[in-house]
Design a binder for this molecule. Sequence first.
Ligand SMILES: [Zn+2]
Ligand SMILES: [Zn+2]
Length: 390
Amino acid sequence: VPLGSLRRRVATVGDLDIAVASDSPEKVIEHFINYPEIKNVESKGERMSTVILTNEVQVDVLVSDADSFGSLLQHFTGSKQHNIKLRELALDFGMSLSQYGIKQKNKLKKFDSEEKFYGQLGLAWIPPELREGKEEINLAARNSLPNLITVQDIKGDLHIHTTFSDGGNTLNEMVEAAVELGYEYIGISDHAPSVTNRGMTEVIRLMDDKREEIDRINEKHNKIKVFYGYEVNILKDNSLAMPDELLEKLDYVIASVHTSFDMPRDEVTQRVISALENPFVTILGHPSGRTINIREPMDLDWNEIFKVALKNKKILEINSQPTRLDLPDHLVYDAMKLGLKFVISSDSHSINDLMLIKYGIDVARRGWCGGKNVLNTLSYSEIRKVLLTK
Ligand SMILES: [Zn+2]
Ligand SMILES: [Zn+2]
């Protein structure tokens, strides 16, 4: 079982820590240090070892007896803030916590599962994604933690590129791959063709052809339905890269910033607000514009953005691309508290990308979202109403 930030599904992790329950720790350690991708074994003890992989990632393994495995998992999953608050609670009961168990009146009680460990403190088991020292301990005491979304709740994916723009697979290939995943629907959201470059007549012709192709799929397919959308750039001058009279022809529109991220707070906030006030925009795509470890998020006034999005009934995207994970989890939490709704999207550029949606699920869970906060958990007929009444 992974430990620490990996188990809590934090957007970025450093070292990897893994816990193993076994009554023959020496065999586990021996097996671990013989893993082929290891560059160097840094340390090797009876129950612990540290290695550096060929990709420079450090991995620690910890072996524990099965009867205290729950305590070990709890201790090393963290976060630090969560464990500090948990320790304060334990102190009120005259207990002290460690990786070995819970001590009361000098007697150590061991726990083979986390459920029992938390249970000893009068708490429901807390999903690792929530262990950040917010209000999870209070809610666990009242058994009223949120029922977090899972990947099985997802009924469709609304951010998909095809060979009509920069995708690597055709519309039909994407449709068939989505059928394989058991989706009820997908939304095709290629980058919108440029009217400036191609001219109005040409763009209308392209759109009509594509609409025809999508209609054909929808007629013949009894397993899946396709929505026709575009991902439209929010330009520097606050306008959208496609005129309203063309946006009107679509089932839905994702508006995204792809250029000039580095604008002053007021200007960039107004730019996104202008998109949120456009009646044809349905979803705000990768709202912060960050690329993890490469590009900082835009300097947006989130209070203002969330207020305008709520007023105009716009949906916020949780983009699942591992380099984006955008909206970031702490902002998902804030927006969720305000009552905003999300879609979790893969932003697929090939059939293999479709499975990336699980990383967006991680973000949503870290933002305390249940199925009811995420609109692509709705059935086809329900999501159709949401998208087409826009
Ligand atoms: Zn995009
Ligand atoms: Zn995209």
